[in-house]
Every structure is written in structure tokens, then in C-alpha cells.
Design a protein around this ligand. Structure first.
Ligand code: 5HY
Length: 275
């Protein structure tokens, strides 16, 4: 199985870190291709950064289709352009915020998010609502440091993340922590060790969920709003973004269900004898 993990910002040291976290989580036999677009913001810290980053992100997904990738991870906590990516992908596409929140909700009845700048809190709050997590998300906390401080040797960022996670457990009653930036992926084990509750890195969670979905033989639905974009011309510098001939996308047979279930007699024969 081949999973393309896309860092929508253009900071290669962060892409490398994201790739390492993805490979550490991936099952044997899963090949991780970590990349970032050639052009775009060096970090994503607001709506404008997100909007501009989506073009490069979509380009990487479309290249992934030509490279026959089985699935994708959008490795930015704002899950920028997630639905647009799903429109141009056959395989499953997961955002790290979506994946991390669902993983947290599987292991705790309440979690807190620790993210970077206060101005990105509203983006996380919208995702909490969109993913139906308002009842489970206890708080969205920020360390008020720029994203790229997580890349800078000697910066306060790592310490601030740890302290904020400790406060979240003490003050929010959070039973789990969601790390609110792909650039925090390498802090997961250290923070979990220090605070004693599950700490979820969305990169790892998204890789595992994509593996599970592909393993079940599931692909992105091509009926309705996630169907291929309608073929039309795009003009000017964006002419290359036009989706001209979407490939046919027959639904695969669900894995493990290739042969129609045999009659009850089989299940009767395989069911252990009562009493
Ligand atoms: C991220 N920005 O995961 C988000 C984090 C944030 O460049 N990678 C970024 O603060 O929104």
C-alpha cells in the first residue's frame, strides 16, 4: 500500500519530520511518500495561508493519482482543502485534525487540543464543530508561538507545548491531548511520558486510518459532492488545474468479501458447538 503524506506548507524540515512520524506509524508493507508543494506559504497560520496552500496541495494529490497512490494524508491541522482533495482522489484522504480528534474520542470521553497561535484557534473550533466533537472537546489551547518555532533549535516551543498539555490535564479534565500542529509530531512520546494521558499526533492517526480504510477496500465515494470535478476550462496561470478526463472509478469489491457469503450452513458448521 502506498500513502502520500502531504505537508501543505513548503518548509522541508517539517516535511521530513512529518515523514518520519508517518513511517514510524505505518504498518510493514506500507510505503510512505512524504512531500510538500514546490510553491506556497512556509507555514500556515491563518485563513489566507490556508487558501493559498490548497493549490499546491491539490497539485500533489493530482500527481499522486498519476502515481497510483492508494491514499493520502493532509498534514496540516487546519485540514485545508480536504473535501477538494477528496474530489480529485480515488483513495481515502484524511486530514490530521479529523483523524486525531476521532482517535482521541476513541480513547477518552474528553480531550483538549494544544495548537500554536491564538489566531488559528477559530480554525480548530470550526473543525471541532464540523467533525461533531463539540461534546468531547474540552478546550482549544494555544502556546502563542509561530509554527516555525517548532523547527528552531533552542526555541521555547517544545517546552511551551509540554507545559500547556500539563495545564490541559489539570484544568480541563482532559483525558487525552490532541497535538494541534503537524510540526509537533516528534513531541508525542515525550509529552505522553510526561503527562500520563494519551497524546494523539494526527499524522500517525491519519496514516493508520488510511491503512484501515484501504484495507477494507474502501475508496472515496464518487457519487454526489465528492464525484470528480465537472470537466471545464480553467484560464490563465491556473489552466493546468482543469480536470479534463476524470478516470473511470469502479468501486472495488470490499476486501475479505470477494466470495459471496456461503449459506448459514457454513456459519452453523463453523460456529462452536453450544454448551
Ligand atoms: C500545521 N500550520 O499543522 C498548522 C498548525 C497551525 O503550517 N502546519 C502549519 O497552527 O495551524
Amino acid at each position: 500500500m502506498r500513502i502520500k503524506v502531504i505537508n501543505p506548507n513548503t518548509t522541508e524540515s517539517m516535511t521530513w519530520k512529518i515523514g518520519e512520524a508517518a513511517r514510524a506509524a505505518a504498518a510493514i508493507g506500507t510505503k510512505i511518500v512524504a512531500c510538500n508543494p514546490a510553491g506556497g506559504p512556509v507555514s500556515i497560520e491563518g485563513h489566507y495561508d490556508e487558501a493559498v496552500s490548497v493549490l499546491g496541495l491539490l497539485d500533489e494529490v493530482r500527481k499522486g493519482e498519476a502515481e497510483a497512490m492508494d491514499g493520502y494524508v493532509v498534514a496540516c491541522f487546519g485540514d485545508p482543502g480536504l473535501l477538494a482533495c477528496r474530489e480529485v482522489a480515488r483513495g481515502p484522504v484524511l486530514g490530521i485534525a479529523e483523524a486525531a480528534m476521532h482517535a482521541a474520542a476513541f480513547v477518552a470521553t474528553g480531550f483538549s487540543i494544544v495548537t500554536t497561535l491564538a489566531r488559528t484557534r477559530v480554525i480548530a473550533a470550526e473543525l471541532v464543530e464540523r467533525y461533531g466533537m463539540t461534546r468531547v472537546c474540552r478546550a482549544i489551547r494555544t502556546i502563542d508561538l509561530p509554527v516555525l518555532d517548532l523547527e528552531r533549535e533552542g526555541s521555547e516551543a517544545r517546552r511551551s507545548v509540554l507545559d500547556e498539555c500539563k495545564r490541559a490535564v489539570a484544568e480541563d479534565g482532559a483525558g487525552a491531548i490532541v497535538l494541534g500542529c503537524a510540526g509537533m509530531a516528534d513531541l508525542t512520546a515525550e509529552v505522553q511520558q510526561a503527562i500520563g494521558v494519551p497524546v494523539i499526533d494526527g499524522v500517525a492517526a491519519a496514516v493508520k486510518f488510511v491503512e484501515a480504510l484501504v484495507g477494507m477496500g474502501l475508496q472515496t465515494s464518487k457519487v454526489g459532492d465528492l464525484a470528480w470535478p465537472l470537466p471545464k476550462a480553467y484560464t490563465g496561470a491556473l489552466a493546468h488545474m482543469a480536470v479534463t478526463n476524470p478516470p473511470p472509478c469502479p468501486m472495488p469489491t470490499p476486501r475479505g468479501r470477494s466470495t459471496p457469503r456461503r449459506s448459514a450452513s457454513r456459519s452453523a458448521s463453523s460456529r462452536p458447538a453450544a454448551g
